[in-house]
Each structure stands twice: as C-alpha cells, then as structure tokens.
Design a protein around this ligand. Sequence first.
Ligand code: DUC
Ligand code: ZN
Ligand code: ZN
Ligand code: ZN
Length: 475
Amino acid sequence: MKKLIKGGTIVTAADIYKGDILIEDERITAIGAQLQSSDAEVIDAEGLYVFPGGIDPHTHLDMPFGGTTTKDDFETGTIAAAFGGTTTVIDFCLTSKGAPLSDAVQTWHAKSKDRAVIDYSFHLMISETNDEVLAELPEIIEKEGITSLKVFMAYKNVFQADDGTLYRTLLSAKKHGALVMVHAENGDVIDYLITEALAEGNTDPIYHARTRPPELEGEATGRAAKLAALADSQLYVVHVTCEQAVRQIAEARSKGFRVYGETCPQYLVLDESYLEKPDFEGAKYVWSPPLRKPENQDVLWNALKSGELQTVGSDQCSFDFKGQKELGRGDFSKIPNGGPTIEDRFTILYSEGVRKGRLSLNQFVDVIATQSAKLFGLFPRKGTIAVGSDADLVLFDPNAERTISVANHHLAVDYSAFEGMKVTGEPVSVLSRGQFVIRDKQFVGKAGSGQYLRRNRFAASEPPAPESRTISASR
Ligand code: DUC
Ligand code: ZN
Ligand code: ZN
Ligand code: ZN
C-alpha cells in the first residue's frame, strides 16, 4: 500500500519547504508539490513538521550493570523511543574478556530480535586487544556491519581499558574503517577519589559528582584525542558534559583531526544540584559522567550550534528507583549509573533548543538524526528525507504543550528524569520504513518489526578544516 503525506513542512538538515511525500513499501519514492496518487492512502500533515526519524546513537537496553539489569529492554525502550520521535537506535554490545566477540554480538541479537519495534544496530565494546580480538575484529566489522567500537577509559576493574588498548583499537579501526568511541573519564583517579570519599564517610549521591570532577573528563578527552591524532584514526567522544571536554574536542578539530563529540539531553537541562535532593532521590540523577554546574549548559548548547559537538545521544540506561537505584543507599558508588532519557531526547532538543532560539530547525535535525547517520554509516538510507531513503518520518506538532511525567511516559522504569518539565512540540505520528509505529499518539507497531542494520564503514564526510596537523605537546 502506498502512502501520500500531504501538506506538511518538510525539514532536513539543509532545507525547509512545504511538500508532499510519496511512500511505496519501505521507501520514499517521490517528493514534490501537489503530488497525486490514485492508489495511495492520504495522510494529512497540514500544520505539522515532517522530520526524518530521530537516530539515537547511544542506548543501553537490557544491559547488565552494577549487579542488576536496566529496567527497559528492546521492547519497552524502542516503544518509548518511537513515541518520542526516534526511529533508529544504536545500542552498546558489551563484551567479556577472554570470550569471542561473536558471542557478545549473538547475545545482543537475542536480546533485540523479536522485541525491537524500530530499526537498531550495535556498537561493540572493546576491552582488550590481544591477538584473538584483533584477528576477529575485521570479520565482525565485515559480517555484522558493526563499524563503531567503544572503549571505556573509566569504571576501573569493570569495563575500563588501558591506554595501550585504546591505541591499538584506534589503529585497528583506521585500518578497517571503524569509528572508535570513548567514555572519557580518568578512571584511575576517580577510583582513588571514591575510596577516599567513602573512607571519610561521604556516602550520599552528591559525592558521585564530587568524585568525578570535570577536570578528569577534560583530561581523558584530551588524552584520547591525542592518541587518535597519533594513530591518524577517528574518535567520537560520547556524553560530553563540560567545558573542559568541549575545549579538547574543539582544539583537536581546529587542527584538522577527526574528533567528534556527543552530548545528552540531561547535561543540557539538568545540573549537579539534582544530586542533593532529599530522601536519596538524588540517586535518580546519577549518571557517569555526572551532572555538572549549570554554567556548562550554555557551553554545550553553543558547541552544538557551532558544530564543535555533532550529535545528541540519550545514553538511555534506566534503573528503577525502588530496588535498583536504592542499591546505593549508604554507598553512592553502588548506585547503578544511568537514567531514562530515550523518549524525551527529541522533544527536549526541539523545545529547549529550537523554541528557545539556541538551534535552528536545520541544526535540530542535524544533531538529532543526520550527523549520527553520517558518522555511523547509515546515511542517506537514514537521517534525511530524500527519494530512495527509508520512510522513517516524524509528523510533529510544533505547538502541542505537555508536561513530562512518569504518569504519561512509555518506559517501564518507575520515574522520569525530567518530571514536571513543560515542553512544547510533540510527535503525532511516527513511521518506520513506511509503516506507522505511532499513529495519532497511539502505539500501532509490533514487537519484532524493527530490523537489524548493518552499517557502512566510517567515511569522514566533512573532515574538520585542517589548520595544522601537528600534534602539540601541550595539553
Ligand atoms: N554512564 C551511565 O550513566 N550509564 C551507563 C554507562 C555510562 O557510562
Ligand atoms: Zn559512558
Ligand atoms: Zn552510555
Ligand atoms: Zn548510560
């Protein structure tokens, strides 16, 4: 069955225009003014924006962490994502030392296959670079289309890899066309600060932030950027929270290095003071890196606007307050890190970004979809509205007003990180490959209808302007 979306205002990262979109099967087959089709279902989009479906480059669904597992899985998580205007998620596949990478990938396929309601892909965590791993990697990149690798510079004795592992991953990624992602915090020093805080009896959630100061994010970001430059490879820094880290990324880019950065909605609109909420409620706001002082928010918005940061990921990683976050009562280091953000990423960026004049409509589409499609090998199939692209579309009412709350969200988790926040703009209908997943604000999709996406190899579509490609000794 064909569909004809009529009368909407089509917005891509480059254009804004009124037009009709014809969909046949899974793809867009025509875009134009006053399109006609005798055998298409007509969908009225008058008064609505038509955006490309959001791409969330950073989720943790059904992920074991800190002795428990995220409350939301590939079914509840992708349903909530769809309600929020996201049609593609790229989740982090965790690996275990000593086990084949392919085992981990199969585990992630099993978690997602019959559950996801929108399309999805995986990044692959690298925690060691011995001969077995380096031998298996090219095959995984080729066969699974997993063209992004994640290295943790923090979480000592859990996920943390050393600099040698990061460097060898960067070299291998360059050779095989992958993008290396880093969680950039100095895990060794954080480990010391946590031990010291607990020994002094400082056990409340606020000490999560005090033991992970922004200097240690800036330091690790700069270190990773310099290793990427030395390896002549490419680097993507996930969840950038602070000025110190933005500065390191901007400096590397100004020298022409392929260094990219992501921030998350929570760092744009929440701050460190949330960790001081009474009755242990601060635990709801424990992310790593932590929420920062409010002055960092302007730095992050400005970096999105200037293009120093390219993307916004949710870092969706939800744990119930009851029974899960509570594991850290009396010891902040045992609070599972992460929060529910997948459903609100798109609307918060529109409401706080576009409506408040911090981003143009085109910039909004760029950071919410297009840049992730380009960096992670999905463009132009995903991330834009063009003939031949997948019909992943969001029909968006720019004037709808709503209050974010656990009472109306679609996740399984028992709280909202943005409880009480008033937002303007809401997805009305969402299509994934030509099929409605959300129609008139109702879920009409099906578990298992999301497809696994094999992605193209990394290709720097717009390398930063090379000013000078020498590595400076200073940090
Ligand atoms: N940060 C979080 O907040 N959650 C899980 C992983 C991470 O790095
Ligand atoms: Zn992380
Ligand atoms: Zn994460
Ligand atoms: Zn997370």
